[in-house]
Structure formats: C-alpha cells, structure tokens
Design a protein around this ligand. Structure first.
Ligand code: FES
Length: 165
C-alpha cells in the first residue's frame, strides 16, 4: 500500500495548513513534488490516487495537474534527467543542435531513458533563464550557455557521480 512516511505526512500537513479550510487543492504542486521524490522520481497512477485521497480531491484533478507540468514525470526516468529548453530564445541560440547532440551521444530519443537507467532526455518550455540560452535543467541546477563540449562534461560529471558509492 502506498503511503508517505510519518515525516512526509507531517510535511504535507504543514503545507496544507498554509491554506484556508477547504482550499487544500492549493497544496497540490508541492505535495506532488514530495510524492515524486518519495516514490522513485515519477508519479504512477496509484501514487497520484494517493495524493488525491490525501488532499480530498478527485483523482482526475491530480492527473490534470501532473500531466500539465513538465516537472512531473509520468513514467520512470533515469537517475539524471536532462530537461532541455526548446522555447524561442533557446531555439534561436542552438537548442535544437544541443538536443540532437544529446540524442546522438546517449543514443536515446526525447522522452527516453538510456538502457543503463542513468539518463533521461526531456524537452521543456521556457525555464526563465533565456539570457543564458541555450540551457537545461538538471536536477536542482541550471546548466547554461550549453555547447557540445559542455554536454560532454555534464555527461561525464553525472557518470562519475553515479559511479561514486
Ligand atoms: S527560452 Fe529557454 S529559458 Fe527561456
């Protein structure tokens, strides 16, 4: 049975307490983040149903939100998720080439994960760092002014992290 740890349940209760009675839906985004982190980096239907029950929502309300935002993963992802911005300013500064290079280097398409489970490639809309285009999000960091050389270095960095016990 899917359930948060006591610690996470306390965190959820604290987030819900920020909103007026009956407005617990406002807590949905942060609670989905907790769920995604807690349950393997993606949101399976039973996990979304669990979040719906916690927030007293209809499951469809959770599915709608989780499927709208690219920050939520609706299928399993690799340990390192490359979320490359493909909106105008990044595109004009070469994001298409960067995406193609990552596809070729990792031998995966957009939305796919390498067979070793290390890398997933996603394309996303503007991440608000247009002045640093082309860019991508990697975990909690932004990687900016991307070049093929920088992609090589990032892949190497992630590989090393994964090899570290
Ligand atoms: S267009 Fe890529 S960060 Fe804004």
């Amino acid at each position: 049975m899917i359930t948060f740890s006591k610690d996470k349940l306390d965190q959820v209760a604290e987030i819900i307490s920020h909103y007026p009675e009956g407005k617990q839906k406002s807590a949905l985004l942060p609670v989905l983040h907790i769920a995604q982190n807690e349950f393997g980096g993606w949101l399976d239907v039973p996990v979304m149903d669990y979040v719906a029950s916690l927030l007293k929502l209809e499951p469809i309300e959770v599915y709608e939100v989780a499927s709208f935002y690219s920050m939520y993963n609706l299928k399993p992802v690799g340990k390192h998720v490359f979320e490359v911005c493909q909106t105008g300013p990044c595109m004009l500064n070469g994001s298409d080439d960067i995406i193609d290079y990552i596809k070729q280097k990792l031998n995966i398409g957009v939305g796919e994960t390498t067979t070793d489970g290390l890398f997933t490639l996603k394309t996303v809309e503007c991440l608000g760092a247009c002045g640093y285009a082309p860019m991508m999000q990697l975990g909690k960091t932004y990687r900016e002014h991307l070049t093929k050389e920088k992609v090589d270095a990032i892949v190497e960095e992630c590989t090393q992290i994964s090899l570290t016990p």
